[in-house]
Design a protein around this ligand. Structure first.
Ligand SMILES: Cc1cc2nc3c(=O)[nH]c(=O)nc-3n(C[C@H](O)[C@H](O)[C@H](O)COP(=O)(O)OP(=O)(O)OC[C@H]3O[C@@H](n4cnc5c(N)ncnc54)[C@H](O)[C@@H]3O)c2cc1C
Length: 388
């Protein structure tokens, strides 16, 4: 019988998993390395992620500062519409990453789940009956199981498999920012505009207060060395890259007081296993799709629910974790793979661009496309059903 869990990482998967474990009658404590929620860009919670939050009864709290984003228009470098994708039924919501982190943290704390900050996990030892975590401050903690929810650079992943592959570079670097309302942008609030530019990809959405939330993806063949991207003047570089494209990229970038740091876009896929003994991985630690999928956060929340269900219904942790991985892996890997394919359309060369622009409207109309999308969005973790 599992009674206590150590959850390493207090981002999205961590608090969601801890709340799900609590719902399953298991006491969880969250150990987060940072002492304050990280700032950063924004993200979109898809209908499936919101559904998972609803099962946790945390959707209202998580979406308090979010706004609905039901549709996307894809455009070519000339501004020609390549396709319109509108989610029917349940909508996606967009919010700042820091607001989501804070909301999930506060919700976990309100449910009497201890969330300890300044606790950087550095190692673990397992016995037949439990697991002990070690932290950089010299402290330790013991529990029946340990869940690694410590993101794409997971230290828990390395602890259970030192040979696990590192994140895979996607051939793109990305950044973004928040611009105040500007006349050059008259898009409908909540409707994403995405432009396959001549040299780089630009996406933006107008928030309800008419501020412009935007991101840029820039193709770059070789993975940048650590610290290299910080040496580049990105305001100037992006201005050059978007100079020949239709759309408001130049005006938006010029109006943005401070650009967010440029980072390489990476994924985690194809791990040998998501668990070892009494330790399991959830969220980006186990499988990180690139941002193109718009699914990383939503999958992390689904993971937490499914993992808790498996631990609720199977007394042996190895058995529970095997079932968790079997239930989740096919779905997650399909999404990670599809996102990798989409990245290559953002990084297309001149010939690829012509083919992409010609094919995109037809691809978006294919029933298979909407069926695949519906399958992703319609996913539901049935909490009352037994985990098989
Ligand atoms: C630019 C960008 C845009 C994105 N856009 C979207 C989007 O629109 N929609 C979407 O669904 N997803 C998006 N994603 C992906 C999404 O952000 C991730 O999938 C999601 O954050 C995964 O949650 P997580 O909790 O697993 O990891 P994280 O959110 O990374 O949380 C991990 C936590 O673990 C902590 N931690 C790390 N190491 C340790 C340690 N050793 N000890 C203790 N704590 C530790 C970290 O401080 C952090 O708080 C985007 C990602 C990027 C980079």
């Amino acid at each position: 019988m599992i009674r206590t869990a150590l959850v390493v990482g207090g981002g999205i998967a961590g608090p969601a998993t801890a709340m799900a474990l609590r719902k399953a009658g298991i006491d969880a404590t969250v150990y987060e390395a940072d002492t304050a929620p990280r700032d950063g860009a924004f993200l979109t919670l898809a209908p499936n992620g919101i559904d998972a939050l609803r099962v946790l009864e945390a959707d209202d709290a998580a979406l308090a500062d979010a706004f609905p984003t039901p549709g996307i228009t894809l455009r070519s470098t000339t501004g020609k519409v390549l396709g319109d994708v509108t989610v029917s039924g349940m909508k996606s919501y967009t919010l700042r990453r820091s607001d989501l982190y804070r909301a999930l943290h506060d919700e976990a704390v309100a449910r009497d789940i201890p969330v300890l900050t300044g606790k950087r996990f550095v190692g673990l030892t397992q016995t037949a009956t439990g697991v002990r975590a070690e932290f950089a401050d010299g402290s330790t903690a013991a529990g029946d199981v340990l869940i690694g929810a410590d993101g794409i650079y997971s230290a828990v992943r390395r602890a259970i498999d030192p040979t696990a592959p590192p994140p895979v570079y996607a051939g793109l670097v990305g950044n973004g920012g928040f611009a105040p309302p500007i006349a050059a942008v008259d898009a409908t609030p909540g409707h994403y505009e995405m432009i396959f530019g001549r040299r780089a990809f630009f996406g933006y959405v107008v928030a309800p207060d008419r501020a412009v939330w935007w991101f840029a993806n820039v193709p770059r063949r070789t993975e940048p060395a650590r610290g290299e991207l910080a040496t580049i003047d990105w305001r100037t570089r992006l201005t050059e890259l978007f100079a020949d494209d239709a759309g408001p990229a130049l005006a938006v970038i010029a109006a943005t007081p401070a650009l967010l740091p440029m980072d390489p876009i990476q994924s985690i896929r194809g791990l040998r296993a998501w668990h070892a003994g009494r330790v399991a991985l959830v969220g980006d630690a186990a499988h990180a799709p690139t941002p193109t999928s718009g699914q990383g956060a939503s999958l992390s929340i689904e993971d937490g629910l499914m993992l808790a269900k498996c631990l609720r219904d199977h007394a042996d942790p190895a058995d529970a974790f095997t079932r968790f991985e079997a239930a989740r892996r096919p779905r997650v890997e399909q999404i990670v793979k599809a996102a990798a394919r989409n990245n290559s359309s953002k990084a297309a060369g001149p010939v690829g661009r012509v083919i992409r622009d010609a094919m995109m409207p037809a691809i978006l109309r294919l029933p298979a496309t909407s069926n695949a999308q519906r399958k992703i969005y319609d996913y539901h973790v049935d909490w009352s059903a037994a985990a098989r």
